[in-house]
Write a protein that binds this ligand. Structure first.
Ligand code: KIV
Length: 275
């Protein structure tokens, strides 16, 4: 008889994602809540608890205000809702760019308190040393190059990257440095197809594209974008549903029913027992 432990579904781990380089494309989406993680789990190899949660769920103007506590809370929810997909939690702005010891304390806290399998960091200049420090201490790390949303205050706005030659070279170097430091995969955001293919050829770990063409080893989207929960979506998002429209229609129907005293009806109320 097999034990409960043996019957448990084993989660996809970092080495399995790394081994998919050049193979079957890696399917990734963001998740922030347990019910959504439950819906996505069977279809995805990797669920990212992205710091985009600050904008998508908490109404922040960008990801700079996201805290470690927010990431931990949403990481715990996504772990509860999923069983199979690898769960990666973003380290928020300010949690990993300074002293390696501080980056390690924050990353270890995220892993201990959520049970997630890895963290993601935006791999700008000088982050490679901290990636190596974390990986050497048992923390799998995913890098993120190209458009780096946490750098929005320096950039002034979210804009595609790598148009100028010096920028192309810098992004390529950052991707190489993240991979050489031990990152098991690198997210490539908001770059033209040529650069995405160049990065994919230059690093020996999978690239996960978002707005970076089908030339990457896998793809990720913000789930709420691809489900059509916003009235505006970036150019690189394909909308697979119109949940904003669906929700609007459902709520309007509910409001009409309440106003016309059609809800609740006989099937939706309790009756006292006779006698
Ligand atoms: O925070 C996020 O959702 C991300 C993805 C867009 C890659 O970093």
């Amino acid at each position: 008889m097999s034990s409960h432990r043996e019957e448990a579904v084993r989660r996809i781990a970092a080495p399995e994602i790394a081994a998919r380089k050049g193979g079957q494309p890696i399917v990734c989406l963001t998740a922030y809540t347990a019910p959504m993680a439950e819906l996505l789990d069977a279809h995805c190899d990797l669920l990212l608890v992205g710091d985009s949660v600050g904008m998508v769920v908490h109404g922040l103007p960008n990801t700079v205000g996201v805290t470690l506590e927010m990431m931990i809370l949403h990481g715990q929810a996504v772990m509860r809702g999923s069983r199979r997909a690898m769960v990666v939690v973003d380290l928020p702005f300010g949690a990993y760019e300074g002293a390696p010891e501080a980056a390690h304390a924050n990353a270890a806290r995220v892993m201990k308190e959520t049970g997630c399998s890895a963290v993601k960091v935006e791999a700008g200049p000088a982050i490679a040393d901290n990636i190596a420090y974390l990986v050497q201490r048992g923390i799998p790390v995913m890098g993120h190059v190209g458009l780096r949303p946490q750098a929005v205050m320096v950039e002034g706005r979210f804009k595609a990257k790598g148009k100028a030659d010096h920028e192309r070279r810098r992004i390529l170097d950052e991707a190489r440095a993240a991979a050489e430091a031990g990152a098991f995969a690198v997210v490539v955001e908001g770059v033209a197809e040529g650069l995405a293919r160049e990065i994919t050829a230059a690093v020996d770990v999978p690239t996960i594209g978002i707005g970076a063409s089908a030339g990457c080893d896998g793809q990720i989207l913000v789930t709420d974008d691809m489900l059509g929960l916003f009235d505006w979506t970036p150019k690189f998002v394909r909308r697979y549903a119109d949940l904003r429209g669906e929700i609007g229609r459902a709520v309007a129907a509910y409001a009409d029913d309440v106003r016309e005293r059609k809800f609740p009806g006989p099937a939706e109320i309790y009756f006292a027992k006779a006698g």
